[in-house]
Design a protein around this ligand. Structure first.
Ligand SMILES: *Cc1c(COP(=O)(O)O)cnc(C)c1O
Length: 358
């Protein structure tokens, strides 16, 4: 049976990425050795690292003055590296969900944090904050462009009076981004790019070096810029896989085409959720993510929650269970997920409706 991979992360990758990585694990670039056992200092790998950087710059049209880094530690390490490198006194955070909350919590270790959220009292992350003012005296403003868990997404590049920092873990390369609006963009690779193990950082160099405290070498972006992401041993396997995915994106029309496909896929699923009398989504219409679609059975059909999950899983729909913190279902529609998989999910939802309601 064909499996349709809706996991939120690690997640579906292009077949070319999987096959090419397997090949390189057998033998890397004609070296007679596996990618898993070569030194990262050999010229064949140095050229992979250079290609990773240049494909990032090309596909995202990154302007002059920015550096692209490949680091360890996941997006979660960036939650502390960002304030450590950028915060003198005060930062502002847009709290749009679980990951944004985690980033904010780390920032509080380094100074004053202004929190902006839609619902200051409750826990409602189904709507994005609007009409807020970014404090002009903050050292930076941090946003999480895609809320992987609740399924909201900031799908435009905002103007900010202070340096704008974005966690784009789960929507990088899903649409064209005006990088010039951002001082720093980071993300774990395991949503739209590669297997887990590498974190990308796109940073405008002029925002660095403004804090007065000392920064440990490993946590200082300038160390990694100076050493070309080879200060210590980089995660060579996911970096190689990322290059294969970037080549795939480029060969498939770049981020503009990725966005067209993603909008189309998301529309197919959201339309069905609205049409189908068993399901609904609480996510505010204007704020819906095209990467992670959150939905649930309607309250009056609550008893069917587990039954639908079983029904769908039995037909190869994998990874639909929502995050443990919010329940419900979540279908992740990353770049590499084919439109056919979304169409299959819609068919399964229709079959289930017919089976239950006739
Ligand atoms: C998955 C995710 C993270 C966590 O990434 P790690 O690499 O596991 O630390 C952070 N932010 C967002 C938006 C995510 O989707």
């Amino acid at each position: 049976m064909k499996m349709h991979n809706f996991y939120a992360g690690p997640a579906v990758l292009p077949q070319e990425t999987i096959d090419g990585t397997i090949e390189a694990l057998r033998e890397f670039a004609g070296t007679g050795m596996s990618l898993a056992e070569i030194s990262h200092r050999i010229k064949e790998f140095e050229s992979i690292m250079a290609e990773a950087q240049s494909l990032f710059k090309e596909i995202l049209s990154i302007p002059e003055g920015y550096q692209v880094l490949f680091l360890g530690g996941g997006a979660s390490l960036q939650f502390c590296m960002v304030p450590f490198n950028l915060m003198r006194k005060k930062a502002a955070y847009l709290n749009t969900g679980t990951w944004a909350s985690k980033a904010l919590k780390e920032a509080k270790l380094f100074g004053d944090v202004v929190e902006i959220r839609f619902d200051p009292e409750g826990k409602d992350f189904a709507t994005l904050p609007a009409d807020y003012e970014i404090p002009a005296d903050a050292d930076y403003f941090h946003i999480t462009t895609n809320n992987t868990i609740y399924g909201t997404e900031i799908r435009y590049d905002m103007d900010s009076p202070v340096p704008l920092v974005a966690d784009m873990s789960s929507d990088i390369f899903s649409r064209p981004v005006d990088v010039s609006k951002y001082a720093l963009i980071y993300g774990g690779a395991q949503k739209n790019l590669a297997p887990a193990g590498v974190t990308f950082v796109i940073v405008r160099e002029d925002v660095l070096g403004k804090v007065t405290h000392k920064i440990p070498s490993m946590l200082d972006y300038r160390t990694h810029i100076k050493e070309g992401s080879m200060f210590n041993t980089p995660p060579v396997i996911p970096i190689y896989a990322a290059v294969l995915t970037l080549r795939w994106i480029k060969a498939n029309g770049g981020v503009a085409e990725m966005e067209r496909r993603n909008i189309e896929k998301a529309a197919i699923l959201y339309d069905e959720i609205e049409r189908n009398s068993l399901f609904f989504t609480p996510v505010n219409k204007d704020d819906r993510s095209i990467m992670n679609v959150y939905f649930n059975v309607k309250p009056e059909h609550e008893a069917l929650y587990g039954d639908f999950l079983k029904f769908a899983t039995a037909q190869g729909m994998i990874g639909l269970k929502g995050h443990r913190s919010v329940g419900g279902y979540r279908a992740s529609l990353y770049n590499a997920l084919a439109k056919e998989s979304v169409e299959e999910l819609v068919r399964v939802m229709r079959d289930y409706e017919k089976a239950k309601l006739g």
